[in-house]
Design a protein around this ligand. Structure first.
Ligand SMILES: *[C@@H]1O[C@H](CO)[C@@H](O)[C@H](O)[C@H]1NC(C)=O
Ligand SMILES: *[C@@H]1O[C@H](CO)[C@@H](O)[C@H](O)[C@H]1NC(C)=O
Ligand SMILES: *[C@@H]1O[C@H](CO)[C@@H](O)[C@H](O)[C@H]1NC(C)=O
Ligand SMILES: *[C@@H]1O[C@H](CO)[C@@H](O)[C@H](O)[C@H]1NC(C)=O
Ligand SMILES: *[C@@H]1O[C@H](CO)[C@@H](O)[C@H](O)[C@H]1NC(C)=O
Ligand SMILES: *[C@@H]1O[C@H](CO)[C@@H](O)[C@H](O)[C@H]1NC(C)=O
Ligand SMILES: *[C@@H]1O[C@H](CO)[C@@H](O)[C@H](O)[C@H]1NC(C)=O
Ligand SMILES: *[C@@H]1O[C@H](CO)[C@@H](O)[C@H](O)[C@H]1NC(C)=O
Ligand SMILES: *[C@@H]1O[C@H](CO)[C@@H](O)[C@H](O)[C@H]1NC(C)=O
Ligand SMILES: *[C@@H]1O[C@H](CO)[C@@H](O)[C@H](O)[C@H]1NC(C)=O
Ligand SMILES: *[C@@H]1O[C@H](CO)[C@@H](O)[C@H](O)[C@H]1NC(C)=O
Ligand SMILES: [Zn+2]
Length: 663
C-alpha cells in the first residue's frame, strides 16, 4: 500500500535576487516561507484532481488530472529556477540548505512539456488498465458475460479456493488482463523516467529512487539484510511446500524445489496468511479473528474506530474532523471504477487527510486499516514542518508506523482485551502463541523476498540490463531465485507479470516495504522497552503506553527534516537497519520449524528461472476432455520456458491433470 505525496500547482514567486544577494540567508529564508505558503495553497488542488480520478476513473477525470499534473510540473520547474538564485549548496544553515535541496529535486517535472505529457499518459494508461481489469470465463460459469474484479472476487478465490484449476484460472486471467496489456507503455515510461533522472544528475531512475535513502552502498546494504533473513525464509518455505504437497497430492510440483505460485493464498504469493488453517502448528487452537469480527457484526467504521482508539490511547492524534466524511472507506456500490488499492492521502493544507480503500470485514483488513492510519498519523505529526519535509525519514519509515502498532494489536493478549479471542482461549497458552507466531510469519517472513525482488527487477530495467523482450524472463528469474516460486502455467515473452502487481503500473517504488519489514521490528523492540515490557518480544503489547507513544511521536514530528539515521536514533538509540530484532521475535517459531522440516531438502534450484519447465503430471493420469490450447501460434515463448511448451501433447496432459481435481 502506498501513501500519496507530492503534487504542486503554479505560483508566482516574488523574490528575485540580483547577483550580489546569492549568499543572503535572510532573503533565502523569506523565499522559503513564500514557497511554502504557495505550495500549501496549490498542492491541495492537484491532490484533489488526483483523488477525484482515483475514486471515479473516467476519461474526463483523467483529463483534469493530467492538466493538474502539468501545472504541478510547471510550478516545480519555476521553483527550481528560483533556487538557482542562491548558492544554497554553500549555506551553513543546515535546515534551509536541506529545504533547498528538496525543492531542487523535481523528478519528472524536469522534462520538457511534451515529454512530461507522454510520461504521465503512459502511467495513466497502465493505471487505468490495472484498476479496470476484469477476468471472465470462470471454470463452471456458463455465462461468458460474467467477469470478476480483483477486489473482492479474485482476491477471495486466491485466499480461499483449494481447487488447483480455479486458482490457476484466477492467476492466469489476472495476468492476461493487466500486465500483458502494458509492456509498450512501460517501456515508454522507463525511457522517459531515465531521461528525467539523467537531466537531474542521476545515472538512471533507479539511482534516483535510491537517492531518497541518502545511504552509501544502499544496494549492498539491502542485500546484506536480505541474506540475513534468507535462512528463516527457507524454513518457512520448506514447511509450506511440504504441507501444500499434502493438500494438492497428485498435482505436479517442480523437482527443482519451487512452489507453484498460485497455491500460496495470494495473487502474488507475497503474503501467505490465508494458508494459516493449513499451516497452523496446532490446528485445534485457531485464531479466528475474522469469524469473531463477523459474529460481532463488525463494520468498516467499527474497524476504523478500533484502530483510531489504539493511536489515541498511546497519546497520539485523533483523525481530523473531515476525515470520515471525505475518505472512501468502502468500495462504492454504484458501479463506478475506482482504484481499490489502499492508500492514505496528505493534501498538504494541514486540514485534509484521507484514506481510500475497499474494506472487507476480515483480520487482514483490520491490519491494513492500522497500516493506512499509520500513514495518516505520520501526516498529522509532521504537518507543521515545511511542505518539503512532510515525508517519512525515508520511505520505509512511513510504511512501518501502522505496522508497528499492528504488531501489538495482533497479539493474543490484545485480542483477548478487545474480545476478538474465543472466550475459552487463554492468551498465554504456548500452543496458541506458536499459532500466533506462525500467522505473523506467514505475513512477515513470507513477504521478505517479494519485498526485496520487485525493485531488484526494476533497478535492472532502469539500468538497461533488462530489455523489453526480457521483462518477463528476468522477472521469473528473480521470483524463482529469491522467492522459490514457479509459474503454474506457461509464460511467454508477451506476458508481463511484473505489471500485474499494482506498484509497477503505479510506479511506486517497492524496496520501502522491505525496509519497513526490517525496521518495524527494531521500532517494536524499542517501544516495548519504553512501555516496560518484560519477556519475549512477540508477546509485547504497547497498548496505552504514552511513553511509547511519545517516542514514536518525537520521531514522526521530524518528517524528513533530518537524515533517517537521526530519526532511527530518536526511537531506537541506534543508527543502522538490523535484522536481529526480527529474528529474535520469531525465535520460538524458528526452533519449531527446524524440527518440522528436518526430513525436507531446504531451498530450491537458484537457476530455476532460466531453464524452468512446468512439471509433467504422472503418466497414469486418465485423459479428460481437452480444453482450448492456451497459446497463439504467433507467440514466441520466452527463452526460459521454451520447447516443451509448444508441444500440444504436453498441454493436453497438463490440462487433463487440472481437470481431475476440480471440486
Ligand atoms: C538580505 O536580504 C534582506 C531581505 O531581503 C535585506 O533586508 C538585507 O538588506 C539583505 N542583506 C544584505 C547584506 O544584502
Ligand atoms: C464521475 O465522474 C463523472 C465525470 O466524468 C461525473 O459525471 C459523475 O457524476 C462522477 N460520479 C460520481 C459518483 O461522482
Ligand atoms: C528556467 O530557467 C531557464 C534558463 O534560465 C529557462 O530556459 C527556463 O525557461 C526557465 N523555466 C521556467 C519554468 O521558468
Ligand atoms: C562554495 O564555496 C566554495 C568555497 O568557499 C567556493 O569555491 C565555491 O565557488 C562556492 N560555490 C558556489 C556555487 O558559489
Ligand atoms: C538449470 O541450469 C543450471 C545451469 O545453468 C543447472 O545448474 C541446473 O541444474 C538446471 N536446473 C534444472 C532443474 O535443470
Ligand atoms: C449481530 O446481528 C445479528 C443479526 O442482526 C444479531 O442477531 C446479533 O445479536 C448481533 N450480534 C451482536 C454481537 O451484536
Ligand atoms: C462530505 O464529503 C462530500 C464528498 O464526499 C463533500 O461533498 C461534502 O462537502 C463533505 N462535507 C463536509 C461537511 O465536509
Ligand atoms: C545487529 O544487531 C546485533 C545485536 O544488537 C549486533 O550484534 C550486530 O552486530 C548488528 N549487526 C550489524 C550489521 O550492525
Ligand atoms: C522424519 O522421518 C522419520 C523417518 O521416516 C519419521 O519417523 C519422522 O516422523 C519424520 N519427521 C518429520 C518431522 O516428518
Ligand atoms: C490467457 O490468455 C491466453 C492467451 O490468449 C489464453 O489462452 C488463456 O486462456 C487466457 N487465460 C485466462 C484464464 O483467461
Ligand atoms: C511432444 O511431447 C511428447 C511427449 O513428451 C513427445 O513424445 C513428442 O515427441 C513431442 N513432440 C514434439 C513436436 O516435440
Ligand atoms: Zn503503505
Amino acid at each position: 500500500m502506498l501513501w500519496k505525496a507530492c503534487a504542486l500547482l503554479f505560483f508566482v514567486a516574488s523574490i528575485g535576487s540580483s547577483f550580489g544577494d546569492r549568499n543572503n540567508i535572510t532573503a533565502a529564508k523569506i523565499w522559503l516561507e513564500e514557497y511554502n505558503t504557495e505550495a500549501e495553497k496549490v498542492r491541495p488542488e492537484a491532490q484533489e484532481a488526483s483523488w477525484t480520478w482515483n475514486t471515479n476513473i473516467t476519461d474526463y477525470n483523467n483529463r483534469l488530472k493530467l492538466e493538474a499534473e502539468k501545472k504541478k510540473s510547471e510550478f516545480d520547474k519555476r521553483s527550481y529556477n528560483q533556487t538557482l538564485n542562491w548558492d544554497w549548496k554553500n549555506f551553513t544553515e543546515i535546515n534551509a540548505k536541506r529545504q533547498f535541496y528538496k525543492i531542487a529535486d523535481i523528478g519528472e517535472s524536469v522534462l520538457p512539456t511534451d515529454k512530461f505529457q507522454q510520461i504521465t499518459k503512459a502511467k495513466s494508461n497502465m493505471q487505468s488498465v490495472y484498476s479496470k481489469a476484469r477476468v471472465c470465463n470462470k471454470p463452471g460459469d456458463q455465462d461468458p458475460s460474467k467477469c470478476y474484479p480483483l477486489n473482492p472476487t479474485l482476491e477471495n478465490i486466491m485466499a480461499k479456493s483449494t481447487d488447483w484449476k480455479e486458482l490457476a484460472w484466477a492467476w492466469e486471467g489476472w495476468r492476461n488482463e493487466t500486465g500483458r496489456k502494458m509492456p509498450d507503455d512501460y517501456e515508454k515510461f522507463v525511457e522517459l523516467a531515465n531521461e528525467a533522472a539523467g537531466m537531474n544528475g542521476y545515472t538512471d531512475n533507479g539511482d534516483y529512487w535510491r537517492s531518497w535513502y541518502e545511504t552509501e552502498n544502499f544496494e549492498k546494504q539491502m542485500e546484506e539484510l536480505f541474506i540475513g533473513l534468507k535462512d528463516l525464509y527457507k524454513l518457512l518455505h520448506a514447511y509450506a511446500r511440504k504441507k501444500l504437497k499434502e493438500r494438492f497430492v497428485g498435482h505436479p510440483f517442480p523437482d527443482s524445489g519451487q512452489i507453484p505460485a498460485h497455491l500460496l493464498g495470494n495473487m502474488w504469493a507475497q503474503s501467505w496468511g490465508n494458508l494459516f488453517t493449513l499451516l497452523a502448528p496446532y490446528p485445534g487452537k485457531p485464531l479466528d479473528v475474522t469469524e469473531m469480527m463477523r459474529e460481532q457484526n463488525y463494520t468498516t467504521r467499527k474497524m476504523f474506530d478500533l484502530s483510531e482508539k489504539f493511536f489515541t490511547d498511546l497519546g497520539l492524534d485523533p483523525m481530523p474532523p473531515k476525515f470520515y466524511n471525505d475518505s472512501m472507506l468502502d468500495k462504492p456500490e454504484d458501479g463506478r471504477d475506482v482504484v481499490c488499492h489502499a492508500s492514505a492521502w496528505d493534501f498538504y493544507n494541514r486540514k485534509d487527510f484521507r484514506i481510500k480503500q475497499c474494506t472487507q470485514v476480515t483480520m487482514d483488513w483490520l491490519i491494513t486499516t492500522h497500516h493506512e492510519m499509520g500513514h495518516v498519523q505520520y501526516f498529522l505529526q509532521y504537518k507543521d514542518q515545511p511542505v518539503v519535509f512532510r515525508r517519512g525519514a525515508n520511505p520505509g519509515f512511513h510504511e512501518a508506523i501502522g505496522d508497528v502498532l499492528a504488531l501489538s494489536v495482533s497479539t493474543p493478549k490484545h485480542l483477548k482485551k478487545i474480545n476478538l479471542l474465543r472466550p475459552n482461549q487463554n492468551p498465554d497458552d504456548e500452543e496458541l502463541q506458536l499459532n500466533f507466531l506462525m500467522n505473523q510469519a506467514l505475513k512477515k517472513i513470507a513477504f521478505i523476498p517479494f519485498g526485496y525482488l520487485i525493485d531488484q527487477w526494476r533497478w535492472k530495467v532502469f539500468k538497461g540490463e533488462t530489455k523489453k523482450d526480457e521483462y518477463n524472463e528476468d522477472w521469473w528469474n528473480l521470483r524463482c531465485k529469491h522467492q522459490g516460486v514457479s509459474p503454474p502455467v506457461q509464460r511467454f515473452n508477451t506476458d508481463f507479470d511484473a505489471g500485474s502487481k499494482f506498484h509497477v503500473p503505479n510506479n511506486t517504488p517497492y524496496i520501502r516495504y522491505f525496509v519497513s519489514y526490517v525496521i518495524q521490528f527494531q521500532f517494536h523492540k524499542a517501544l516495548c522497552k519504553e512501555a516496560g515490557h518484560n519477556g519475549p518480544l512477540h508477546k509485547c503489547d504497547i497498548d496505552q503506553s504514552t511513553e511509547a507513544g511519545n517516542k514514536l511521536a518525537a520521531m514522526m514530528k521530524l518528517g524528513s527534516s533530518k537524515e533517517w539515521p537521526d530519526a532511527m536514533e530518536a526511537i531506537t538509540g541506534q543508527r543502522k537497519m538490523n535484522v536481529s530484532d526480527l529474528i529474535e521475535y520469531f525465535a520460538p517459531l524458528e526452533d519449531w520449524l527446524k524440527k518440522e522440516v528436518k526430513n525436507e531438502t531446504l531451498g530450491w534450484d537458484d537457476q530455476c528461472g532460466r531453464n524452468f519447465t512446468i512439471p509433467t503430471p504422472p503418466p497414469t493420469s486418465p485423459p479428460t476432455t481437452p480444453t482450448p490450447t492456451p497459446q497463439s501460434s504467433t507467440v514466441k515463448p520466452t527463452s526460459g520456458f521454451d520447447s516443451i511448451h509448444n508441444n500440444k501433447t504436453f498441454i493436453g496432459i497438463f490440462i487433463a491433470i487440472l481437470a481431475i481435481f476440480v471440486r
